[in-house]
Design a protein. Structure first.
Lengths: 201, 201, 201
């Protein structure tokens, strides 16, 4: 279950990378690299921070194969995906939902404090997109006004709340991931954002 | 002693992160993330480079609590801090002073060469600010014309020079940190900067 | 052999860092930092990803000495190097050629899959330049239209192809490195680049 979720998130992020890279009119290798970095960036930082090296995509070839296939298909069927382009954020959102939960779970597996697990989940989910945006010279999505990291943090909290009930572990997984996705979808649909904090000099 | 210095540096950097993030009119979570990244960025890179994982803020909750409290207080009392705003660089400077020494000490504890220890101290001190500036779309302070990394390097050299004398270890710590702070303060006050090197094509 | 190649790549990258930093009119310490980051950035990421810590430049002082000497000489003789400036890319190219092979070899030494070894070689070769360009506020060279990462990938493939023949290991090393260099030189000379992939909305 854990594993399948990880793969779904990887595919979603790889496609979101391809879409951003194509918008920047990159060449095929550039597109592949951005797809790769977006898909594995968050998980790589997660693994490096907790000391799980060589990082997961280096020892498990599935990620590499999945990213290459997803990137090639996304390029070939770019006209079809275009209909979904206004929902580039959909892929992004599915990715952060699932990656948050995977990150939380990894943190638990090495015995970290719940707050740190939630931070680790948020890092896993957001960092791939941050690198993608920095490499593509965009202001990172995470710092534009939409709810983004906030959704991850709330999803992580949900995970630890419902985990106390006698629910199957896989169900806890899926519910927490869906909470992240729904919060972000609702926030974007209803243009909900947190107020900014500043003051006049 | 080591530990208290680390916490003081963490608070100083967290506040400097809050100030930059508020200037960018970020939402509360954005501000918290920037405060966090600024405060733990340098130490995280330091730990990753020497292989001390999970990195320190993940296994010691004090950092997290201190950063959250400092960030919340800095946001609440932003009007008061404003009087210090022209001295945003003050917090930055206290942070780099103490973090340089902590980094040098960590390098020694894993048996690295003094030159590498000084490099590690400079990285610990400067990298949090570099990430903060990159995420906030500013040119990193470190590469603007002021003395910055130079102060860290000179503080690190001081550490190894005075360490040969029969002085209490804690005193060595504090002196080296203060050297960094004073050099940077003087450099900014008297607008001292190194000459640039270039030539006409 | 492995070691000498690593040092040559380090020198080439340090000089390329000095040239970019001088163009940005940085002060001497800024130039030294950029030279350092360019020279050790790729290898550092490589070591962190596979878990070889403390990273190599921290335990082997040769890198540090070589970078400092190369940077000082490059600054002193900047008028001479200027004649080569139109070939800043030459140093860059020698660097990526040799670093690719070193990265591939390191991957093999920890038992990684050939595809991952090629990715690791490409990361080792390209990441130093990417950090250099990000810190200097340039769009990373790797994402400008020239052949760059592509050359590394093809050099890595060459390595695994010719390795099957009964050729001395050192020769395999050099041939693969030269393949990277020649592909990039030819691509720049004849303005060969991959077509970009995008489509009108």
């Amino acid at each position: 279950m854990f594993y399948i979720i990880d793969i779904i998130g990887t595919i979603a992020f790889a496609i979101s990378g391809v879409l951003v890279a194509m918008e920047k009119k990159m060449d095929p290798f550039g597109i592949l690299i951005i797809a790769f970095v977006t898909a594995i960036g968050g998980g790589t930082l997660r693994d490096v921070l907790i000391g799980e090296t060589p990082v997961s995509w280096m020892v498990n070839m599935t990620y590499t194969y999945v990213i290459i296939v997803a990137a090639v298909l996304a390029v070939l069927f770019r006209r079809k995906i275009n209909y979904l382009r206004t929902s580039l954020f959909l892929f992004d959102t599915i990715g952060i939902g699932f990656f948050t939960v995977v990150g939380v779970e990894k943190g638990l597996s090495v015995g970290l404090h719940p707050i740190i697990c939630i931070a680790l989940g948020t890092i896993s989910a957001c960092f791939g997109g941050v690198i993608r945006d920095i490499l593509c010279n965009e202001i990172p999505v995470i710092f534009r006004k939409e709810i983004y990291a906030t959704a991850c943090i709330l999803g992580g909290l949900t995970y630890f709340l419902i985990r106390k009930f006698p629910i199957d572990e896989n169900v806890v997984f899926v519910i927490a991931g869906i909470v992240v996705i729904v919060i972000r979808l609702l926030a974007v649909k209803f243009k909900i954002s947190l107020p900014t904090v500043y003051h006049n000099k």
